[in-house]
Design a protein around this ligand. Structure first.
Ligand SMILES: Nc1ncnc2c1ncn2[C@@H]1O[C@H](COP(=O)(O)OP(=O)(O)O)[C@@H](O)[C@H]1O
Ligand SMILES: [Mg+2]
Length: 307
């Protein structure tokens, strides 16, 4: 059997009193696009830094391609492409020079494709790095990462500084490498940002994995809140599949909608003369409140102290 591309078991890491990782377990298989989702401070970057051999874990086991991330870091890095969460560049080099440097370190960069990516990301490679915005620094790392041939792409919140148009370019890049059979590990604090791309995902919170599964299995997490206004009554929504927590008022309705049921529900709304629809994805905070509320209470009232 082939080794999992990423295998993490019981991983712990503390910074002083802060237990950044408190027993993280996860497994990513070859060819998957794996989402690693959690709010700020959850432990995403720490996990990734351990995977890259930048940080040494206090306990637990982490392997990439079946090899120990700490002992075999050099061998592993030949097969890896990484976009850090906070891209720091050499201030006196131009963006183009940094891309050249990063790609040359990998030896197997594709020059023509790099040029194509620079154009598609609408990036000006001639400016000095200290003049770039966060989004532009992100582009330098993305162009370098995707124009390198790797077996695994580790991307730490890669779209956080990008505008929506560039996010589409980014998604194309991910689809291209996965079509070639590569593995992608993608972290984000926004579920809706990665849900179109991921096969499976894990949700991390306070250094622990609180949920893991395919998007289908996590469909309860991907419900949007919908507010609709229409000229005809909307009572019929009550009988439609995928509609939850329906609240009806004259001329308007508010409900949660399973993404998979979007088409029939929109067809019904159109038929009822819809005049306005607002659809909002849940924030991670809302997800945590609605799905892990018992955990939250347990944290607020540790065992033995509950009244
Ligand atoms: N080098 C560090 N020194 C001290 N604390 C750190 C360091 N790196 C991360 N932390 C802390 O560890 C926790 C997890 O951080 P991080 O892994 O960066 O979260 P995320 O990437 O999910 O936002 C946070 O509480 C953060 O403040
Ligand atoms: Mg981070």
């Amino acid at each position: 059997m082939t080794d999992p591309t990423i295998a993490i078991a019981g991983l712990k890491k503390a910074f002083g009193k802060v237990q950044a990782l408190d027993g993280v377990d996860l497994e990513v298989h070859p060819g998957e696009v794996y989402g690693f989702i959690g709010p700020n401070g959850a432990g995403k970057s720490t996990t990734i830094r351990v995977l890259l051999g930048i940080l040494k874990a206090d306990a637990g086991r982490a392997t990439l391609f079946g090899r120990d991330v700490w002992k075999d870091a050099v061998a592993i890095h030949h097969r890896l492409s990484y976009v850090p969460g906070d891209v720091n560049l050499w201030p006196n080099l131009t963006g183009g020079e940094v891309i050249d440097l990063l790609v040359r370190l990998k030896k197997n960069g594709d020059r023509a494709y790099r040029q194509e990516l620079i154009e598609r990301f609408d990036f000006d490679p001639t400016k000095k790095c200290d003049t770039y915005s966060k989004g532009n620094r992100q582009k330098v790392a993305l162009v370098a990462a995707f124009s390198t041939d790797a077996d695994l792409y580790v991307l730490d919140e890669p779209t956080s500084g990008l505008d929506p148009l560039m996010e589409l370019v980014f998604r194309d890049c991910v689809r291209k490498v996965t079509a070639e059979g590569k593995t992608v590990f993608l972290s984000s604090h926004i579920l809706s940002e990665v849900e179109q791309l991921c096969d499976r995902l894990s949700i991390i919170r306070q250094g622990r994995i609180v949920d893991t599964g395919s998007l289908r299995e996590m469909q309860h997490l991907t419900r949007n809140q919908v507010h609709a206004e229409a000229t005809a009554p909307l009572d019929g929504l009550a009988g439609l599949k995928g509609v939850h927590d329906l609240e009806l008022k004259p001329g308007e309705a508010t409900f949660h909608l399973d993404n998979a049921a979007t088409a029939p529900v929109m067809a019904y709304l159109a038929q009822q003369g819809v005049t306005r629809v607002v659809s909002t994805p849940p924030t991670l905070e809302e997800l945590f409140m609605s799905h892990y509320a018992t955990d939250v209470r347990a944290e607020l009232e540790p065992a033995g102290q509950a009244k």
